[in-house]
Design a protein around this ligand. Structure first.
Ligand SMILES: *[C@@H]1O[C@H](CO)[C@@H](O)[C@H](O)[C@H]1NC(C)=O
Ligand SMILES: *[C@@H]1O[C@H](CO)[C@@H](O)[C@H](O)[C@H]1NC(C)=O
Ligand SMILES: *[C@@H]1O[C@H](CO)[C@@H](O)[C@H](O)[C@H]1NC(C)=O
Ligand SMILES: *[C@@H]1O[C@H](CO)[C@@H](O)[C@H](O)[C@H]1NC(C)=O
Ligand SMILES: *[C@@H]1O[C@H](CO)[C@@H](O)[C@H](O)[C@H]1NC(C)=O
Ligand SMILES: *[C@@H]1O[C@H](CO)[C@@H](O)[C@H](O)[C@H]1NC(C)=O
Ligand SMILES: *[C@@H]1O[C@H](CO)[C@@H](O)[C@H](O)[C@H]1NC(C)=O
Ligand SMILES: *[C@@H]1O[C@H](CO)[C@@H](O)[C@H](O)[C@H]1NC(C)=O
Ligand SMILES: *[C@@H]1O[C@H](CO)[C@@H](O)[C@H](O)[C@H]1NC(C)=O
Ligand SMILES: *[C@@H]1O[C@H](CO)[C@@H](O)[C@H](O)[C@H]1NC(C)=O
Ligand SMILES: [Zn+2]
Length: 410
């Protein structure tokens, strides 16, 4: 079993041996070799993104559904009539000023109030807040891709460790080669919205757009369509869950917060974060994870959060029986809409088959690497994307090229 990353490092080494200028922004492989954080964060133009940027809302601004987006409009029109009549809550920045809500009965299962994860609305699946495997950890990072992530991803590769990456759509279009690295390294990619605002504050169509464009950005850049998402700040209620579920996105949350993202705000210090990592491990020792495994909120956000992950990895690894991507913990062998990628089952992963690969790579290791800019573009023109509309339980097909609707049969 050839580990794809080992193969890449081998080829990278061969290239380095022949050229001292192999560190550049021309491909996933060459980007992954950059070691100077300043150079990593030098902006670059990626043709596939440049050619398609008009099909997205403004990066880092709250998303709205573009009038020209016929595929997005068509999907939204299928979903809209079923959205529960729950009003938006508060402001996009999380302010809850003037919000009136029955926080005792929590009728909308608003996570932000009491960390509710079992919807009150019938027909919606519960959020994933723990993993089924006892004494294990669902290993995941939010807010990437961060431009300085090479040291962190190199470390994960050196440990043969895979994780679930919850990527922000705006970051994906800013740093497409970094996003491709997650797939090439065998991590699982899920969505983390377009602009990272509080989702329950959005009007329903805008909430749809936040999810739609983050998924679309990941598809454009990496070639895969995620089937999972995590709400920023955990801010989800049954209205937002309904929209995500109707788009085929499983809602993933957490039960333990490392608070790594809060350092520097509200007097949260590095020592507080160390204490939270320590509490997570002492919960394990105390038996909290004897029935179900744990998920802790941690981030690919900045040098501190990534270095903290590196620093704590050996202790987590020795304390928990297994550390696996969340999809692996759920035996979710088909993590994307595209069927030619698969994740190992939990059993396979813990027996040493850790790599999330495309079918093609079982014969040629290079085959599952991220598409080059030109092949990504041509792939986009020719391939059909299937999106599950689970509210009606049927499948329909959207042509990604020009977003022409080809299967409007429902
Ligand atoms: C960038 O690096 C790749 C290999 O990593 C190499 O093939 C290519 O020639 C380099 N491009 C430039 C412009 O230096
Ligand atoms: C949040 O945004 C609202 C306007 O939408 C503004 O009035 C309020 O001051 C903001 N709050 C914070 C904490 O930034
Ligand atoms: C809150 O309500 C008060 C009184 O109705 C109003 O003046 C104020 O503008 C509201 N604030 C926000 C942020 O909506
Ligand atoms: C931070 O700590 C200082 C000193 O203890 C205190 O004065 C300040 O109010 C705290 N700020 C916050 C946001 O808690
Ligand atoms: C378990 O974690 C929670 C939340 O982080 C913490 O409050 C609690 O003290 C921990 N329990 C143990 C036994 O460490
Ligand atoms: C990425 O991390 C660097 C520090 O390593 C930080 O300066 C930068 O702001 C982060 N980028 C984003 C978009 O959060
Ligand atoms: C954090 O920054 C330091 C100093 O630049 C660097 O040595 C280290 O590799 C970085 N850690 C990560 C995980 O990026
Ligand atoms: C995953 O599959 C294994 C058997 O391979 C089984 O023991 C375990 O219960 C499954 N987990 C889930 C969440 O389905
Ligand atoms: C790839 O593997 C998946 C899961 O085993 C399977 O469903 C799919 O049909 C395979 N695709 C091809 C092209 O062989
Ligand atoms: C999966 O299929 C797409 C479209 O046919 C192709 O571009 C991609 O390279 C394939 N990936 C793998 C790992 O085979
Ligand atoms: Zn986040």
């Amino acid at each position: 079993m050839v580990d794809l990353r080992a193969f890449k490092l081998f080829t990278a080494f061969a290239v380095v041996a022949t050229s001292v200028f192999a560190q550049n922004h021309s491909s996933e492989q060459s980007e992954a070799q950059i070691t100077d954080p300043n150079q990593e964060c030098t902006t670059y133009s990626y043709p596939t993104v440049a050619q398609n940027i008009a099909n997205f809302p403004t990066i880092w601004q709250p998303a709205t559904l573009l009038a020209s987006d016929s595929a997005g409009q068509a999907l939204w029109s299928k979903i809209a009539s079923g959205v529960p009549n729950i009003p938006p809550k508060g402001q996009l920045n999380g302010s809850t000023i003037n919000v009136t809500y029955d926080s005792v009965n929590d009728p909308d299962c608003w996570w932000t109030i009491h960390q509710c994860t079992t919807p009150k609305l019938t027909g919606l699946p519960s959020d994933v807040a723990s993993i089924p495997e006892p004494k294990s950890m669902g290993y995941a990072f939010d807010d990437g891709p961060n431009c300085t992530h090479n040291a962190f991803y190199n470390y994960l590769s050196s440990q043969n460790q895979k994780a679930t990456m919850f990527y922000i759509g705006s970051n994906v279009l800013d740093w497409p080669l970094e996003a491709q690295r997650a797939l090439a390294d065998g991590h699982e990619i899920c969505a983390h919205t377009w602009s990272h605002r509080y989702m329950t504050a959005f009007a329903s169509q805008d909430a749809f757009a936040e999810l739609w464009y983050s998924v679309k950005a990941i598809k454009l850049v990496t070639g895969v369509t995620p089937t999972c998402w995590r709400p920023p700040y955990g801010d989800v209620d049954d209205r937002i869950r309904y929209i995500a579920n109707a788009m085929g996105l499983q809602t993933i949350i957490w039960k333990f917060d490392s608070n790594d993202w809060r350092v520097g705000t509200n007097n949260i210090t590095a020592a507080d974060v160390d204490a939270d990592y320590g509490l997570f491990i002492s919960n394990l020792t105390a038996g909290t994870f004897n029935g179900v495994g744990g998920i802790m909120l941690t981030h690919e956000l900045n040098n501190f959060t990534m270095q903290e992950a590196v620093n704590w990895y050996p202790q987590l690894k020795s304390a928990f029986s297994h550390m696996v991507p969340i999809g692996v913990a759920l035996n979710k062998t088909q993590p994307y809409v595209e069927t030619n990628y698969s994740l190992p089952t939990f059993q396979q992963y813990i027996s040493g088959q850790i790599t999330a690969v495309g079918n093609a790579s079982t014969t040629t290791p290079g085959a599952s690497q991220s598409p080059s800019p030109s092949s990504a573009t041509s792939n986009k023109k020719s391939s059909a994307v299937t999106i599950r509309v689970s509210s009606s339980g049927t499948w329909w097909t959207l042509l990604s090229a020009g977003m022409l609707l080809s299967g409007l049969l429902l």
